[in-house]
Design a protein around this ligand. Structure first.
Ligand code: IMP
Length: 178
C-alpha cells in the first residue's frame, strides 16, 4: 500500500485486549495443563506485542521461539506463495506447540505455517490469532483461539503495522484515509 494521509480510529482498546488475553491464557493453560513445556511460536513481526502479553498471562512452563513468513500475491494464479524468511531455532518433534499469529486474513500464512510445523511431528500443535477477518478468507483455516473477529478493515497497532508504522500503538486502530 502506498502511503497516503490517514487517521487512525480506535477499534479495540488496550483494556479490552488485556481482558481478552487474560481469558484466552486461562483457556490455553487448561488445554495444555500438565505439559512439561509449551513452545510458544510467534510469527514475526506482527505478533511480538501479543506474544509478550500472552506468555506473561500463561501459567505454564513456556519456551519462546519465532518464525518469520512472508506471503506474496500471485495475480496470475490468484494464489499466494508463502516463504519462510526465518525458521525456528529449536526442534519441536514430540513437543507441545502454540503458534501465535497477529491477524488471520486470507489464511494463507497460517495454513502454510501449520502444515510446515505439523510435518515436524509435534505432540500437540495449536494456534491462536489476536484478530480474525473471516470475510477475507481464501483457504479453509481457523485458529484454535481467536481474540476478536473484525470486519474487512485495515488495522494497525499492538504490534501490527502499516508500512512499518504504528506498531507501538497500545490499541488496535482502523486506518482511515483522509
Ligand atoms: P494472510 O496470509 O492473508 O492470512 O495474512 C496474514 C498477514 O497479513 C498478517 O499476519 C499481517 O501481517 C498481514 N495483515 C493482514 N491484514 C492486515 C491489516 O489489517 N493490517 C496489517 N497487516 C495485515
Amino acid at each position: 500500500m502506498a502511503e497516503r494521509p490517514y487517521v487512525i480510529d480506535e477499534m479495540i482498546s488496550a483494556k479490552s485486549i488485556a481482558a481478552r488475553i487474560e481469558a484466552l491464557a486461562h483457556e490455553i493453560a487448561g488445554e495444555f495443563a500438565g505439559t512439561d513445556k509449551l513452545v510458544v511460536v510467534g510469527l514475526l513481526r506482527g505478533s511480538f506485542v501479543f506474544i509478550a502479553d500472552l506468555v506473561r498471562e500463561l501459567d505454564l512452563p513456556v519456551e519462546v521461539d519465532f518464525l518469520e513468513a512472508s506471503s506474496y500475491g500471485n495475480a496470475m494464479e490468484s494464489s499466494r506463495e508463502v516463504r519462510i524468511l526465518k525458521d525456528l531455532r529449536g526442534e519441536i518433534e514430540g513437543r507441545d506447540v502454540l503458534v501465535v499469529e497477529d491477524i488471520v486474513d486470507t489464511g494463507h500464512t497460517l495454513a502454510h505455517v501449520m502444515t510446515l510445523l505439523r510435518a515436524r511431528r509435534p505432540r500437540r500443535l495449536r494456534s491462536i490469532a489476536l484478530l480474525d477477518k473471516p470475510t477475507r478468507r481464501e483457504v479453509e483455516i481457523h485458529a484454535d483461539w481467536t481474540g476478536f473477529e473484525i470486519p474487512d478493515e485495515f488495522v494497525v497497532g499492538y504490534g501490527i503495522d502499516y508500512a512499518q508504522h504504528n506498531r507501538n500503538l497500545p490499541y488496535i486502530g482502523k486506518v482511515r484515509f483522509v
